[in-house]
Write a protein that binds this ligand. Sequence first.
Ligand SMILES: Nc1ncnc2c1ncn2[C@@H]1O[C@H](COP(=O)(O)OP(=O)(O)O)[C@@H](O)[C@H]1O
Ligand SMILES: [Mg+2]
Length: 256
Amino acid sequence: MSTEVATARDEWLAGPTAPQPRQEAVRVTGLYKYFGQGEQRVVALDHVDWQVYTGELSMIVGPSGCGKTTLLSVIAGILNCDEGTVNIFGREMTHLSDRERTRFRAESIGFIFQQYNLLPALTAAENAAIPLVIAGWKRDRAVNRAGEILATLGMGAKLGSLPGQLSGGQMQRVAIARALVHEPRLLVCDEPTAALDHETGLTVMHLLKEQAVRPDRAVVVVTHDNRVFHFGDRITRMDDGRVVEVVEQRAGVDSH
Ligand SMILES: Nc1ncnc2c1ncn2[C@@H]1O[C@H](COP(=O)(O)OP(=O)(O)O)[C@@H](O)[C@H]1O
Ligand SMILES: [Mg+2]
């Protein structure tokens, strides 16, 4: 048997649902983050060791003020930690120069925030195109590509609309398109459904789940919306700056 035939046969025998080996997308170790000084000092992250895996939607839950946004911001490079290490797809962030780190994060990470952070003077397609323009694409090509992504999110008729002409759910879709347009391997989302009604929130979670099941991708969602907990493959509970529990929930998603 030729090598190609043998490989094809192995793949056929393994079947289409053969599990992909999961990989570590993020590993943080010994993370500390403090805000303020002296009596006022807040320990926002208090020795966090934590991992995120590819092919999974990781959910972070916990009471307001427990450190969820801080943890996401440190992973995303928006905040520096005071102690500890951040490894993303096998790269130790502290080993990279500032320039390398900025570039690596721009290529590899997409962000979705509770407040959509859209630029009011740009159209939906132009907003969604921003990461491609930053990556050096010509404007027209970037806007076309962003338009394709928006169309897959049901926004094909709104490409030329300004944010002020869109509903909350539509603005969040633009923010999602912007986070996906450069095909980052890691998507981090801070309360992405908080400003949305239940139905729109579920649509958004389904979109995020679709990204997460891809074997080379990972999605992290911070939420305190218990109506979307069942989307998580792994639920991390935080309290008072610490990870207090990690539960795997592999059963999958029901469709309601
Ligand atoms: N920029 C900041 N300056 C001072 N304190 C902050 C700042 N950001 C967060 N904190 C404090 O750090 C703790 C964790 O905050 P955060 O990560 O935003 O929590 P969560 O997202 O879980 O609600 C809280 O006590 C919060 O008040
Ligand atoms: Mg928060």
